[in-house]
Ligand binder design. Sequence first.
Ligand SMILES: Nc1ncnc2c1ncn2[C@@H]1O[C@H](COP(=O)(O)OP(=O)(O)OP(=O)(O)O)[C@@H](O)[C@H]1O
Ligand code: SF4
Ligand SMILES: [Mg+2]
Length: 436
Amino acid sequence: MSEKKITPDIKAEANVQMPAPKNPTAQTEKVVDAVIEEKQVTEESAPATEETAKKKRFNIHFKIGKFEFGKKADENVPKTEEELEREKDLEEARLEQEAREKKAEEDKLLPPDPEALLEVRHLKKYFVLKKTITGKALQTLRAVDDVSFVLKPGQTLGIVGESGCGKTTMGRTILKLHQPSGGQIFFNQQDVATYKPKQMRPLRTEMQIIFQDPYSSLPPRSTVGDILSEPVKVHGIVPKDQVKDYVLGIMEQCGLRDYYYERYPHEFSGGQRQRICIARALTVKPKLVVCDEPVSALDVSIQAQIINLLKKLQKTMGLTYVFISHDLSVVKHISDQIGVMYLGSMVEFGNKTDIFKNPLHPYTQALFSAVPNPNPDVKMKRIVLNGDIPSPANPPLGCKFHTRCPLAKEICKHVAPVYKEYEPGHFAACHCYPQE
Ligand SMILES: Nc1ncnc2c1ncn2[C@@H]1O[C@H](COP(=O)(O)OP(=O)(O)OP(=O)(O)O)[C@@H](O)[C@H]1O
Ligand code: SF4
Ligand SMILES: [Mg+2]
C-alpha cells in the first residue's frame, strides 16, 4: 500500500466513529490506518472516469532554472474514451489546417482577377487573447478565418451573419484598419495585405468606411463644414480656394442643405448625421466604401431614405460597396452579391438571385426562412436554430455549424467541409454536397 497523506477530515471521521480508547494514541492510529486503507481501495478500483483521470493527470508542476516545484502529472493513467476521441479530432483539425495553409500558399502564386476591384483570398484576422510573458500566443480568437471572394467595380457585396460572426472585423481588415493575420487583399490588382501604413497612405482616399453609429462617429466640437473640408485639404482633392464649393456640392448630393455648413453635429437628427457621415466618406472620391450597418441605428423610414441615397450615389459616382448588415431585407434590396458568414468563415457566397432562390447551406436556409413574406397566401416555414453561436475563441471542431445544424451528420463533427463552387459563382461549405 502506498503512503497517503492524512487529512484533518479523515482523522475527524475516524475519531467520531470510535468509542473513547483505553490507550488513546495507539487506538486512534489503528483506526486512521483502517479508514485510509478503505478509501484507497475504493479510489484504486474505480474505473478511469473523466473526473478521476483529469485529477491525476493535471497536477501543477513547473521549473524555474534547475529547481522543480509541485507534483508531476501521472502519465500512466489510462486515457478515457472521450479524451482519445478529442485527441483524434484535434489531430484531424491540425491536418486540415495544414492542408488549408498549403492551398493558400498555392493560391498565392495565382495572378489577381483582372476584372475585380477587390479580391480577397484566404483572409484571416486572429486576435491574441492570452500570451505568455515571452509574448507567445496562448489563446487566439479567430474573428475572420479563411474568407475569400471577388467583387467587381460598381457592384455591392452584402455581408450577413449573426452578431459576433466577424463582419466588422472583416470590413476593417480589408481596409487595413486591422493588420491581417494571413491571406491576400487585392485592391485594383495590388496586394495591399502586406503594405505598411506609409504605403497605404495614397490608397486611403480610394477606400472609405461608413460606421454604424452616426452619433459617435462625428467629432462634436467641429462644424459640418470643418468635418467635410478636412479630408479634402489633407489629401489635396481640389485646390484650396475651391474646397468650400466642392464640399457644398457633395453636401447637396447627399441631401444636406448649404446652411448646415456652419452647424454642429448635435444639432442634427440620426438620419441627417448619417448623411454627413456618407458625405465625409465621399469627399475624397473613393472607389470602395465599406458600409458597416449604416442604417441599423435609424428608424425604418429614414433607413429607406439612406439606402436610396447610397444607391443613387453608387450610380452617379460609380462606387463599389461592401455592405454589412444583419437585416436581410435591406441586403436583398441593395446587394448584387451576398456573402453569409458564420463564426468567422464564409459559409456561402453567390449572386443575390441564386442565394435567395436556392440557398445551399443549412445556415443560410435558416437565416432566410426568417425573412417575412409580404404575400399572405405564402405559408412561411421558419427553421429555428437551437442554441447560441459558439465562442470564436473556442470554435467547434469539424464544421463550425454542427452544434446547431438540423442536418448535421457524424462526419460534420470531425471534418470541416470544403468551400467549393457548386454553380457558376455560387460557393458553399457543407458536407451535404460533393466534397471532391
Ligand atoms: N480588438 C479585438 N480584440 C479581441 N477580440 C475582438 C476584437 N474585435 C473584435 N473581436 C471579436 O471578434 C469577433 C467578431 O467581432 P465583430 O465585431 O467583427 O462581429 P460582427 O459580426 O461585426 O458583430 P455585430 O453584428 O454585433 O456588429 C467577436 O467575438 C469579437 O468579440
Ligand atoms: S457540414 Fe454538416 S453540420 Fe455543417 S452545415 Fe453542412 S450538414 Fe450542417
Ligand atoms: Mg459589427
